[in-house]
Design a protein around this ligand. Structure first.
Ligand SMILES: [Cu+2]
Length: 160
């Protein structure tokens, strides 16, 4: 995760909109004027996925006031079905994203110590999940995995 904090000094005299535009151009990881940091990525099916048509995106916002908000938007799934989703701690191509990201590594393996943007799809197989934590996710919070109802990992987005 890169910070563009160092560029803010030079940008201080231009407008807030200008700062945001400069941040977006400077880095995929933008630090907005309100101190939020955004990472995001497109979802792709794992090679072993039972839902090869899955598509969508995931986003993580680390807010300036110390919260973390994760959203996931997914298409190509079964209608009216509940899917699990979690923030994971390895890249999608690294051990299929590894295990769940935990705020306290020695803490409980579920919220509020983890981020679970689970969702239920609509009749068109589209789902939207959201999870909010009262802490700032650390640098290992690098991917979002979508799981089939049985638990298998079916899709993943790298947050960059
Ligand atoms: Cu998971």
């Amino acid at each position: 995760m890169k910070s563009i904090q160092s560029s803010h000094g030079a940008a201080r005299r231009i407008t807030a909109i200008g700062v945001l535009a400069a941040a977006a151009l400077a880095s995929a990881t933008a630090v907005a004027a309100d101190g939020a940091t955004v990472t995001r990525g497109d979802l792709s099916a794992f090679a072993t996925s039972s839902d090869p048509n899955i598509d969508g995106r995931a986003q993580m916002v680390r807010t300036g006031d110390g919260k973390t908000i994760v959203t996931v938007h997914v298409t190509g799934l079964l209608p009216e079905t509940t899917y699990g989703s979690h923030v994971h701690q390895q890249a999608c191509s690294n051990n299929s994203a590894g295990g769940h990201y935990k705020h306290d590594p020695a803490g409980a393996p579920y919220p509020p110590n983890e981020l679970w943007p689970a969702f239920t799809t609509n009749e068109a197989g589209i789902g939207n999940g959201r999870a909010v934590a009262e802490w700032t996710a650390g640098p290992n919070a690098v991917s979002v995995v979508v799981h089939a109802p049985g638990g298998a990992k079916i899709a993943c987005a790298d947050l960059e």
